[in-house]
Design a protein around this ligand. Sequence first.
Ligand SMILES: Nc1ncnc2c1ncn2[C@@H]1O[C@H](COP(=O)(O)OP(=O)(O)OP(=O)(O)O)[C@@H](O)[C@H]1O
Ligand SMILES: [Mg+2]
Length: 374
Amino acid sequence: MKSPFVYGKVVTGNSFINRTEEIARLTGNFQNYLNSILISPRRWGKSSLVRKAATVVNTSNSNIRFCFLDMFRIRTEEEFYKRYAIEIIKSTSGKLDEWIENVKNFMGRLSPSFSFGTDPANDFQLSFDLSSRELDVEEILNLPEKIAIKKKIHILVCIDEFQNIGNYKDALEFQKLLRSVWQYHHNTSYCLYGSKRHMMMELFEKQSMPFYKFGDILFLQKIKKRHFIEFITDSFSKTGKSINKNYSENLVDRVETHPYYIQQLAHIVWVNTTGNVTEDILEESVNELIEQNTILYQQILNELSYTQINFLIALSRSETSFNSAEVLQKYALGTSGNVTKIKKVLINKEIVDITNGSIFFLDPAFRLWLLKMF
Ligand SMILES: Nc1ncnc2c1ncn2[C@@H]1O[C@H](COP(=O)(O)OP(=O)(O)OP(=O)(O)O)[C@@H](O)[C@H]1O
Ligand SMILES: [Mg+2]
């Protein structure tokens, strides 16, 4: 039988749990043509949430077309424009001949040429020369708006890992251009999301930046524990196995209610269980989870100084008073000024983060690994 737990992929259908409030807020924004910005640490469920909200909107309103673009692998402006044009065309036209038609109608001036992949009915590449730059790129940025007006639809452009534009050459100029064009769009709205909280906040919350006050900013919260506990117990029983509520809760706690790791750990426990989950199975599965990541964690440590590692060890053991002489001495952290610097470095490296004044590991399995190793 297939495991009921899914990780590392966008979750849909029955595998998608809860997030009712966030869905309501996003669908509300989508339907009112407001721009949204969604920020959360890695693997908390941004991509799944946006897809889910899009599906919900489309069940009652087919006039809104969603276009998804992932900037994860897009490293230059040039690449951005190409992918952007392709995704806009694909998401607004049904079939191959309609794509070609639309490219001709809406991008004719750029004299684009087509090339097709192994599956021409579903995939194509566009190439065009961005020579008379300014006009051309604006033409591409205006593409969704032009199509939306012509087809009497509304287009919602969803851009994942948006913070990547902060790394482009002339990043600020690029942002200024996007904002200056997008602000005149009335038939296109934007949902921009990303996982590097500090970079996202720099883009959207800093007054001097072009995207300041661009839309409704949502900071994704973790899904409540009880939804996961219920989901795990149900998923086991639906597949002929069983886990009691205590173990289910323990499983969720071990990975600090981190959605990705809950699903991964639940999957390992499920594979290791034939009938009922036992304490031994749970422990063994936690170890497996940690071991799978060992190489990655060793690499992270290789790039840190001894005091930074000592700080992480202290944090993994739930030390909190980093200014007390006792903790500073016990973990050889130097002065409390030093601790401030260490925190800054670790936050920049996206190993830890601070919310509501408390510092925590972004990757709860890394904490478990440190506890085991030291
Ligand atoms: N609502 C949910 N219900 C169940 N599982 C979820 C949910 N949201 C996230 N997950 C779990 O977390 C994993 C990561 O989800 P997703 O890819 O949507 O997150 P993300 O924030 O976009 O991640 P990344 O930072 O890697 O882009 C999923 O594969 C799934 O295991
Ligand atoms: Mg994602």
